[in-house]
Design a protein around this ligand. Structure first.
Ligand SMILES: [Zn+2]
Length: 132
């Protein structure tokens, strides 16, 4: 009967954010977050962390946190990969495309390219494991 109420209730999603001061998972609807511990470098440990974050995400109540204002994370390489996938690219192609773009945009800045590669690898690992 009341279709307006349904429309307002968009499903919340878990979003990976990698920005200057923060790396970790966040909620699309509220300020809930689960930061990546520092020194977490190997893929297995990261996967364990991702699974833990997903569990915590499912348990949290958005009502208990401040509502999220504005879009989360629009600048990171992960966000750009996500955008390409939304446009219809397969995850692997999206990562390849991003790396090509980054190579052009950040010519002579190997550290930036390294960061993009790392984010691309993490993205594909999460896709493989069905986390996103
Ligand atoms: Zn939330």
């Amino acid at each position: 009967m009341d279709s307006r109420g349904e429309e307002a209730k968009k499903p919340r999603t878990i979003i990976w954010v990698a920005e200057h001061g923060f790396q970790g998972w966040t909620c699309s609807q509220c300020e809930w977050n689960y930061p990546l511990p520092t020194l977490l470098n190997d893929a297995e440990a990261k996967s364990a962390y991702d699974r833990l974050a997903l569990g915590k995400f499912r348990e949290h109540a958005c009502e208990g946190h401040a509502p999220r204002l504005g879009a989360v994370d629009s600048q990171s390489f992960t966000a750009r990969i996500r955008k390409l996938v939304k446009q219809g690219f397969k995850p692997r192609d999206a990562v390849d495309l991003l790396l090509q773009e980054v190579e052009l945009e950040y010519r002579g800045q190997p550290k930036v390219l390294e960061q993009a590669r790392a984010e691309g690898q993490d993205f594909l690992r999460r896709v493989r494991e069905g986390l996103i």
